[in-house]
Design a protein around this ligand. Structure first.
Ligand code: TXA
Ligand code: MG
Length: 347
């Protein structure tokens, strides 16, 4: 099969009715959200959920996020919902925040990888919201990439990974945020961020005063059995070997320049992930791509996955990358870069 790509904009929402039918029939539709593209299926239909895992080649023990359109929908699929959920939802939903609650039995074990908790979010994208409403069911959707590859931020990325495995891709242009949602576990006390993302720790902490970071995000080595679902996998992997260069601007600059020379001598194709301000600074690499201005980390987040994919497309063996401030969205940017740079088991 070859996936159809249908361009949709907020004026042409009728196209979405057909896509909702496909979901209702138990099949898959890729759709845009404000973070990255998702690969959606009816969250209440076991068989449909299995198709997601098959299409992505995703390990069965990595649970999915369930997308709903209204706050009240969470009561149908989750239980023991703490009061703070309402406050968080009022402030951040629709938006790039995923909350983990105890699940109700209506959610099949396939969605939650056998666990008793379910991840839920309301996306801030008209196409996504219309699709959920029109389908009339909650939609389980991981990022619409092959397991172990970068999350897609355009319909074309989805097509590259899954074009021969699914029927339909709704094309809503490139995604606004470019990095996945922040995942917060509300089933434990104090609550924890399991994955940094579109809503920053700083912003969440203003509402959720006792919020903590999962120890693995503080650079701590954690035992296999205390890991949360999904944490044992290496996400966000480019095919090239990614090397992050730390240090202040001057030292970083020198180091990057030295490494270009070293890897070129070894006959490697060397790509450089840099900043707008430094695009013309380095000499001798094969491909220089800017992810945006150092002064605008939101722009960097938006361009990050697209840029990493480009290096693979152009056949680079090595990517040398600048590093960024960990403030606000910078924390999620560095998380993704560090995971992509690590060798390990694939998601
Ligand atoms: O922005 C996003 O979150 C995108 C869009 C499509 O909504 N979705 C996304 O899904 O990134 P995925 O499957 O690529 O990542 C979901 C993450 C995984 O790390 C998974 O392990 C974690 O959420 N997760 C899902 N359910 C969980 C649960 N019950 N407990 C702990 N972690 C969970
Ligand atoms: Mg993913």
């Amino acid at each position: 099969m070859t996936a159809r790509i249908i361009k949709v904009n907020s004026q042409k929402l009728e196209e979405i009715t057909g896509a909702a039918e496909i979901i209702k029939e138990g099949n898959l539709v890729a759709f845009p959200t404000e973070t990255v593209y998702g690969l959606g299926a009816n969250a209440l239909d076991k068989k449909a959920i299995k198709k997601i895992f098959e299409a992505k080649g995703r390990p069965l023990d990595n649970p999915l996020i369930v997308h709903v359109a209204d706050y009240d929908d969470i009561f149908k699929i989750a239980q023991k919902i703490p009061k703070i959920a309402k406050t968080l939802a009022t402030k951040f939903w629709p938006g790039p925040l995923t909350l983990i609650f105890f699940k109700k039995r209506i959610i099949p074990d396939e969605v939650t990888a056998g666990g008793n908790t379910v991840a839920i979010r309301i996306p801030k994208n008209k196409i996504a919201l219309e699709l959920i409403k029109s389908a009339g069911v909650p939609i389980a959707a991981p990022s619409a990439n092959l397991a172990g590859r970068l999350s897609p931020t355009t319909a074309q990325h989805v097509f590259e990974d899954l074009g021969n495995k699914i029927d339909l891709i709704l094309d809503g242009g490139r995604t606004k945020i470019g990095i996945e949602s922040t995942v917060v576990d509300l089933t434990i006390n104090p609550p924890q961020i399991l994955r940094p993302g579109g809503i920053s720790f700083e912003k969440l902490k203003k509402v959720l005063k006792n919020l903590q970071l999962h120890p693995s995000l503080l650079g701590k080595k954690i035992q296999e059995k205390t890991k949360s679902p999904g944490m044992k996998y290496r996400h966000y992997a480019p095919q090239a070997h990614l090397i992050l260069i730390k240090g202040d601007l001057k030292r970083r600059g020198q180091k990057i320049q030295d490494l270009i020379v070293k890897y070129k001598k070894e006959g490697k194709k060397v790509g450089l992930l840099t900043l707008l301000e430094r695009e013309k600074f380095y000499k001798g690499s094969d491909l220089v791509l800017s992810v945006g201005s150092e002064k605008n980390l939101k722009e960097v987040a938006q361009n990050l996955f697209k840029t990493l994919r480009k290096f693979d497309e152009m056949g680079m063996n090595i990517i040398l990358s600048e590093t960024f401030s960990r403030k606000e969205i910078g924390f999620a940017i560095m998380d993704r870069l560090e995971k992509a740079a690590k060798k390990g088991k694939l998601d």
